[in-house]
Design a protein around this ligand. Structure first.
Ligand code: ADP
Ligand code: MG
Length: 347
């Protein structure tokens, strides 16, 4: 060994010992397959046995909610859908009541652009099955017939767990909100159990508590037109959720035309003006439903809906790639050197 390196050796050893003595940050991660997506749970700065117990409890809860809130498989929501079609009063499974009541409120606040009563329309488009749909898209007549039935959340009356629809065409699908509500529930559970720092990330839609060590949690927002690349990054504060709706999540191509899974309840067709919408909100269920509603609203109407839903942080990428954004959101976004065309406006 040359002389100078021999001199440095004690310094290397000392540095190594020093870093070995420092307790490594305790981070526990688990990936679950639930709600049709990979859910990553990260719990930071707690002991191993507590983290393991919490991850097990969260996994059970998420699986329970997935089963209970599944729109077309037999289960509490599936049964609710069968009975709603009979237009008589019935006792619903209590697990579906929070979906119905919050769903009614968000339907109202979004001027009906978030409409979880459109299950039959989603079925016409092939989005009520596990396999990716192949087409063909529904005929103009089928869409017209569905539009004339006009199923809305206001068709549903509730008294406790007694429920009735006055419109037989109502079929509930909470695909645009259930994941958000589940993430809210899981985060509540973590907080109640004394966990202070964690993030629950369901395929890019997430909610965080606390911090990631000495810095805030920071996440990437997917580029809607460049597969696998990140458009922007944002720091997530304590008890905030970030949800994105994009036309790239589920779609099929039929005779050269692309048909995606976010449907405009006013026309019956996939909403054509946006490619992705990101919303930050304390309630994940609201962020989830709002991202879908604003996607449908598009670049001309998103401010109206954002105002009605009292949203502060919104970013909408339109079909030309232009980014429409609230001033509060613009302040928080790191564009990572991407060349973006911004249109900042206060709703
Ligand atoms: P993702 O779940 O892919 O992140 P969204 O949160 O936007 O995306 O939810 C899309 C799902 O919501 C669709 O697959 C469908 O089940 C349902 N959906 C589609 N359009 C609407 C709408 N206008 N209102 C309510 N739910 C919708
Ligand atoms: Mg949504």
């Amino acid at each position: 060994m040359p002389f100078n390196l021999r001199l440095l050796l004690p310094i290397f050893v000392f540095t190594f010992l020093l870093s070995a003595c420092q307790p490594a940050p305790k981070e526990y991660k688990q990936t679950l397959l639930v709600f049709g997506t990979l859910v990553n749970i990260t719990i930071y700065d707690t002991d191993a046995s507590k983290a393991a117990a919490m991850i097990k409890a969260i996994s059970d809860d998420l699986n329970f909610m997935h089963e209970a809130w599944h729109p077309w498989k037999p289960g509490p929501l599936g049964r609710t859908n069968t009975l709603l079609a009979q237009t008589e009063w019935f006792s619903a499974n209590p697990s579906v009541m929070p979906l119905i009541t919050l769903g009614q409120q968000l339907w109202h606040d979004s001027d009906g652009l978030f409409n979880p009563a459109i299950g039959h329309l989603l079925g016409l488009w092939g989005y009520h099955q596990d396999d990716p749909p192949q087409g063909p898209p529904p005929s103009a007549n089928e869409i017209k017939k569905w539009l004339s039935q006009n199923p809305r959340m206001s068709d549903i009356e509730t008294k406790g767990i007694r429920v009735r629809s006055s419109n037989a065409a109502v079929k509930l699908d909470f695909g645009a909100m259930a994941k958000g509500l589940a993430v809210d529930r899981v985060i509540e559970q973590l907080k109640k159990n004394g966990i202070e720092h964690a993030i629950v990330n369901a395929g890019g839609d997430l909610k965080a508590i606390g911090r990631h060590g000495d810095r805030p949690w920071r996440i990437g927002i997917r580029h809607p037109r460049q597969d696998g690349s990140v458009l922007a990054a944002v720091e997530v504060n304590d008890s905030e959720s970030v949800f994105t709706s994009g036309d790239y999540e589920r779609f099929y191509t039929f005779e050269g035309k692309r048909y995606h899974h976010i449907i405009d309840p006013r026309t019956g067709y996939p909403a054509g003006q946006s490619t992705s919408v990101t919303v930050i909100h304390p309630q994940a269920a609201v962020a989830d439903a709002a991202a879908t509603a604003l996607f449908v609203a598009g670049p001309e109407q998103w401010q109206d809906i954002a105002l009605k839903m009292k949203l502060q942080y919104v970013m909408l990428v339109d079909k030309h790639g232009q980014v429409h954004i609230t001033p509060a959101m613009a302040k928080r976004i790191d564009w990572l050197g991407n060349d973006v065309q911004l249109k900042i406006s206060q709703p």
